[in-house]
Design a protein around this ligand. Structure first.
Ligand code: CMP
Length: 134
């Protein structure tokens, strides 16, 4: 399989607790290449665009306020099968369900403050990368 790309975000709760290096170390230790990286503080409008797929969910408003509440790290990760690999390393959305050793099991506070985001498909990866890096 050829290299894939995916968007990874380190969310405000993890940036605030100085966990950026520890999270990037997990990616690099697992053979993932950080192709692009930047620190940004997105607006609520931008967050709404980013999370558009969740616009009908009851938690949409809080989700967007949270993503825009402080600086985040946006990255393009590159590697073989990196979309799945990243999601395996992140662990389940709710840290209570995340497997031992995953990023969310180690660092996440709650389902909202769950430290990282990762694209879930090639189609969404491509959309999310263009939104952050165009
Ligand atoms: P993320 O991978 O960034 O994608 C959408 C986010 O919605 C998810 O992580 C969670 O942080 C957040 N979220 C809040 N409540 C829920 C919920 N009940 N189910 C799924 N995701 C939720």
């Amino acid at each position: 399989m050829s290299d894939q790309k995916t968007l990874s975000l380190i969310k405000p709760d993890a940036v605030e607790r100085n966990l950026v290096g520890k999270i990037i170390d997990i990616f690099e230790t697992n053979g993932i290449v950080i192709e692009k990286i930047k620190k940004v503080h997105v607006s609520n409008e931008f967050a709404k665009k980013f999370y558009d797929v969740h616009k009908d969910k009851p938690f949409f408003k809080e989700l967007c306020s949270y993503l825009s509440s402080g600086p985040i790290i946006a990255m393009v990760l590159k590697g073989e099968n990196v979309i799945k690999k990243n999601r395996d390393l992140m662990g389940a959305t709710n840290p209570k369900d995340a497997k031992e050793g995953t990023i969310r099991q180690k660092f996440a506070i709650s389902i909202d403050k769950n430290s990282v985001h990762g694209s879930d498909s090639e189609e969404n990866a491509s959309k999310e990368i263009s939104l952050f890096f165009s």
